[in-house]
Design a protein around this ligand. Structure first.
Ligand code: FMN
Length: 229
């Protein structure tokens, strides 16, 4: 499958999902909401900083439990929980997630041949309002641990092409902003493909040893991002 088909495949599944949600694919007729019905439930607003209580999935990618990206994740979660959101954290480096083998058994929208800890992501991402990625930079890319989880999105591709908020927390040792571009570009391309709304990024440069990010402004930035997402 080339990139064009990959995008089309995702779009087709997303379209079917959207149609199904609207009751169109099955021919099911939804009752047209009555504007005069005083008891009707108004949809809650979904914009940054809104008061809607959200379900947030945070996926971390560092094998350092007390590492810098873990600290950013901690701070983001603290802010988000203080704001009343419900957070589920998936520390990819401490879970068993087999890399996607491209067998296509799932058809981009079905059961995966691997029955492993990705099931926790699967059961938390579908109805999540927001998904947050926290990763160290490894050779100018995301860590293999978090990328492995992202690749397994393939099996739920059709179900996650829906409106979600998202954010990126990333740490790296160097201080050259240009070196962060490949990860930022990957993140932007991924969320554009999935149709997710970027709510912010914390790009923490100049942090090498585990915990060194504590002495910077970045944990506060992550906290505020969590509080205001
Ligand atoms: C395998 C490996 C590759 C790395 N590659 C880079 C890199 O390309 N650029 C960089 O600035 N730092 C690099 N680093 C440093 C980490 O990005 C940095 O220490 C980061 O703060 C680690 O985050 P963590 O504590 O959350 O694991 C690398 C570290 C490791 C272990």
């Amino acid at each position: 499958m080339d990139r064009r088909e990959f995008i089309k495949g995702g779009m087709a599944i997303a379209a079917i999902t959207a149609l199904s949600a609207a009751g169109l694919a099955s021919g099911r007729q939804e009752k047209t909401p009555d504007k005069t019905d005083k008891n009707k439930v108004q949809p809650e607003k979904k914009k940054s900083g809104s008061t809607k209580k959200m379900k947030i999935l945070v996926i971390t990618g560092s094998p350092r439990r007390k590492g810098n990206s873990a600290i950013l994740a901690d701070n983001f979660i603290k802010g988000a929980e203080e704001a009343g959101h419900m957070v589920f954290r998936f520390d990819a480096a401490f879970k068993k997630v087999h890399p996607c083998t491209g067998c296509n058994h799932c058809g981009m929208d079905g059961p995966c041949v691997f029955n492993d800890d990705f099931n926790e992501v699967r059961s938390n991402i579908i109805d999540a309002d927001a998904v947050v990625f926290a990763s160290p930079m490894y050779y100018f890319g995301l860590s293999a641990q978090i990328k492995t989880v992202i690749d397994r999105f393939y099996a739920i591709n059709g179900q996650i092409h829906v409106s979600k908020k998202t954010a990126l927390l990333m740490t790296y040792a160097d201080t050259v902003a240009k070196e962060a571009q490949p990860i930022i570009s990957h993140y932007e391309t991924l969320i554009n493909y999935l149709g997710w709304e970027d709510c912010g990024r914390v790009i923490a440069s100049g942090v090498w040893t585990a915990g060194s990010v504590k002495n910077t402004k970045f944990p506060e930035q992550a906290y505020k991002l969590g509080k205001n997402i």
